[in-house]
Design a protein around this ligand. Structure first.
Ligand SMILES: NC(=O)c1ccc[n+]([C@@H]2O[C@H](COP(=O)([O-])OP(=O)(O)OC[C@H]3O[C@@H](n4cnc5c(N)ncnc54)[C@H](O)[C@@H]3O)[C@@H](O)[C@H]2O)c1
Length: 327
């Protein structure tokens, strides 16, 4: 089996590549290295069953060519991270809309099964709890740049479902809730790698707002197990699934845990949202997945508790810190 992973040099994509290669598949990763890196997949250089194609999902001929030669497609390439979206809104819209359009069109032309990575962000400000796939998406004004990620990903979902209905494309949409693991970078606004980096540097752990907002964090291996299980389940095709684990934690508690597990004595610093992201920034107090639909279809059970996930991330970050040249 040959799998194409768009965004295959990114955080989740590189772990998926590891997993598929270990399972015996051949993997081609298409990545423009905008937020992904060669280093994320450097350890796969030695296997002839892995190939990194440096290019963009915005190149329809390239996408078509690669999809034609693969048996299955995982579409993970996207402009991600609050900071990146705020800094490059136009490019983010183009990548998230046109990139997905090219991948879906090619998959339909060649009859390839495809997984589309969406996000819990599509629920927007819906802070009710546990969120089910058919719950309302409540997004803010189009004048608030933050929402364009949710809006473009929601449009991707609509397009994927339209392809399924009109062409019979075997497509599965996954709404990933906060996914964490080694290789995730804090550079674009992701909270766990940022706090881990601060703890290891002995810098204050910056918590935005009052820190009482909650999130549910899923270890990357668990998210990938769910994604693969869905791809192996014919009844999942043409449908949308929450992927995550439902244990809630406040960001303040997350910071405390990271400080403890990293053996750090960094203080916690509370920063107003406006200072972190500019005036008018809106955040959700709560975001919890209802994963009963995923569980009913695949029997999925998350295996890695938050503490263990954080331990692995801290160990990995320490090894990377150790490789940095002294200042
Ligand atoms: N990590 C999370 O918590 C999370 C949550 C919800 C959804 N997601 C989704 O999962 C997917 C993977 O995210 P991630 O966390 O691994 O982030 P990431 O930034 O590490 O991965 C995205 C990858 O896409 C690549 N990319 C961007 N534009 C591209 C283009 N035009 N052509 C080819 N490649 C391009 C980047 O270089 C990067 O390698 C994304 O679709 C994201 O929206 C992630």
């Amino acid at each position: 089996m040959r799998a194409l992973i768009t965004g295959g040099a990114g955080f989740i994509g590189s772990h998926l590549a590891d997993r598929l290669v270990a399972q015996g598949a051949t993997v081609w990763a298409l990545d423009d290295l905008s937020t992904g890196t060669r280093a994320n997949v450097a350890h796969l250089d030695r296997t002839p069953r892995f190939r990194l194609v440096e290019g963009s999902v915005l190149d329809p001929a390239l996408v078509d060519n690669l999809v034609a030669q693969c048996d299955v497609v995982y579409h993970l390439a996207a402009a991600v991270g609050v900071r990146r979206i705020l800094a490059e809104p136009r490019r983010s819209i183009e990548v998230n809309l046109h990139g997905t359009e090219h991948v879906l069109a090619a998959a339909a032309r060649h009859g390839r099964p495809v997984l589309v990575a969406s996000t819990s962000e599509v629920y927007g400000k819906n802070a009710g709890g546990p969120l089910r796939e058919d719950d309302d998406a409540i997004v803010g004004s189009t004048r608030t740049t933050r929402w364009l990620y949710a809006i473009t990903k929601a449009a991707d979902e609509c397009l994927a479902l339209a392809y399924a209905r009109e062409t019979g494309l075997p497509v599965v949409v996954v709404r990933l809730f906060n996914t964490i693991g080694p290789r995730q970078t804090g550079a674009y606004g992701m909270v766990v790698p940022r706090l881990v980096d601060q703890a290891l540097r002995g810098a204050p752990l910056t918590v935005y707002g009052d820190g009482q907002q909650t999130r549910c964090f899923t270890y990357v291996d668990d998210a990938l197990a769910a994604m693969q299980a869905l791809m192996a389940t014919p009844a999942a095709r043409g449908d949308v699934f929450n992927v995550g684990q439902p244990r809630e934690v406040t960001i303040e508690r997350l910071a405390t845990l990271i400080r403890e597990l990293a053996g750090s004595d960094s203080p916690i610093a509370y920063i107003p949202y406006e200072q972190a992201y500019g005036a008018g920034f809106e955040d959700m107090r709560r975001r919890v997945p209802d994963i009963s639909k995923l569980q009913r279809l695949t029997g999925f059970v998350p295996r890695v508790p938050l503490e263990e996930a954080l331990r692995r991330i801290i160990e990995h970050a320490k090894s990377v810190h150790g490789q940095r040249p002294a200042p």
